[in-house]
Design a protein around this ligand. Structure first.
Ligand code: AMP
Ligand code: TRP
Length: 335
């Protein structure tokens, strides 16, 4: 049997080039090697304030973008998290065995909550347990994510191991799958922050037209050294060269040779073209889905049914090992 992959993306805005290079592209490329499950995690998006209409729209757009990026419903299961109630059921059960101390260590919560720690919703704190439930409900072996999600996958492993120790072998312990290049694409306006949907100023959206891409890349923050080297200390340039490297397939040495004696403008022009060339087929397919939105709706409805069939037995086993369900049924049958 092929290893099972599970991964998710939040519909909290327009998917970015960071999502694509750090995650989606690898999901699409791995489809023949793995048994694939991909999820648009709308319940995760709710952990920060959302406008209901926009959330619904972003959920559809994110799903359509995944399909446009090559997620193939014949080879992968694609669905929306809130359509499958097992995710929330399992979250509650796992919450009861997750120590607060483990959640207190999560760096993403600290960053997202910032100075608002006491006023953000409890869901933001709880978010990694919902993510653990997503992964564990399907017995996933591998979780392909960008670098920022590594800590959450490690927490998922800890939760699964703790559950198995407390209640007997029930849950599969998953492993993160992090790409060597592209795991952390940085914001164009500030290469010390990661590119993020929620900060569109520094992000390239997968739906950006070539002229928008060109403008955003031209404005990307670099440095005043003026030497093209593949060196992390030149953070802005390094980010652009990393994008180039993934899309062109050139090695760092080949890139340095190619740009020797050239200014950053040449690098930027090439990077912008590579991005637009990569996005073009995706945008064409996305436009086709927009013309026939019911295709996406149907894929998501079928996906939710199949996901439910896969997750329900796991959640049932978890409930039974924790002392739920079984006794109620035997009492009922005794009456
Ligand atoms: P999110 O947008 O937080 O739902 O992320 C969906 C997937 O994209 C996750 O696997 C993230 O790790 C990945 N991802 C998000 N932003 C970036 C980025 N700037 N660089 C690389 N991967 C990213
Ligand atoms: N938290 C992830 C992110 O923001 C999204 C996510 C939710 C996820 N559930 C998941 C990723 C399960 C992998 C597996 O990027």
């Amino acid at each position: 049997m092929q290893p099972r992959v599970f991964s998710g993306i939040q519909p909290s805005g327009s998917p970015t080039l960071g999502n694509y290079l750090g995650a989606i592209r690898n999901w699409a490329e791995g489809q023949d090697k793995f048994d694939n499950i991909f999820c648009v995690v709308d319940l995760h998006a709710l952990t920060l304030p959302q406008n209901p209409r926009e959330l619904r729209q972003n959920t559809w757009e994110t799903a359509a973008m995944l399909l446009a990026a090559g997620i193939d419903p014949d080879r992968s299961l694609l669905f929306v998290q809130s359509h499958v109630p097992e995710h929330t059921a399992l979250t509650w059960l796992l919450n009861t065995i997750t120590p607060m101390g483990w959640l207190n260590r999560m760096t993403q919560f600290k960053t997202k909550a910032g100075s608002e720690r006491d006023s953000v919703g409890a869901g933001l704190y709880n978010y990694p347990v919902l993510m653990a439930a997503d992964i564990l409900a399907y017995g996933a072996n591998l979780v392909p994510v960008g670098d920022d999600q590594k800590q959450h996958v490690e927490l998922t492993r800890d939760i699964a191991e703790r559950f198995n120790t407390l209640f007997g072998e029930t849950l599969t312990v998953p492993q993160p799958l992090i790409p060597e290049v592209g795991a952390r694409i940085m914001a164009l306006d500030d290469p010390s922050r990661k590119m993020s949907k929620s900060e569109p100023a520094g992000a390239i959206s997968l739906s950006d037209a070539p002229d928008v891409v060109r403008k955003k890349i031209a404005r990307a923050v670099t440095d005043s050294l003026g030497i093209v080297r593949f060196d992390p200390s030149q953070a802005g340039l390094y980010n652009l060269l990393s994008i180039h490297r993934i899309l062109s397939g050139l090695s760092p040495q080949e890139m340095e040779a190619r740009f020797e004696g050239q200014g950053y403008r040449v690098v930027k022009d090439e990077v912008a073209s590579l991005i637009s060339d990569a996005l073009k087929p995706l945008q064409d397919r996305y436009a086709a889905f927009q013309r026939e939105p019911e295709i996406v709706d149907r894929i998501l409805a079928e996906g939710a049914d199949r996901a439910h069939d896969l997750a329900a037995p796991t959640v049932r086993r978890v409930e039974e090992s924790m002392g739920l369900r079984a006794r109620i049924q035997s009492t009922a049958s005794a009456l």
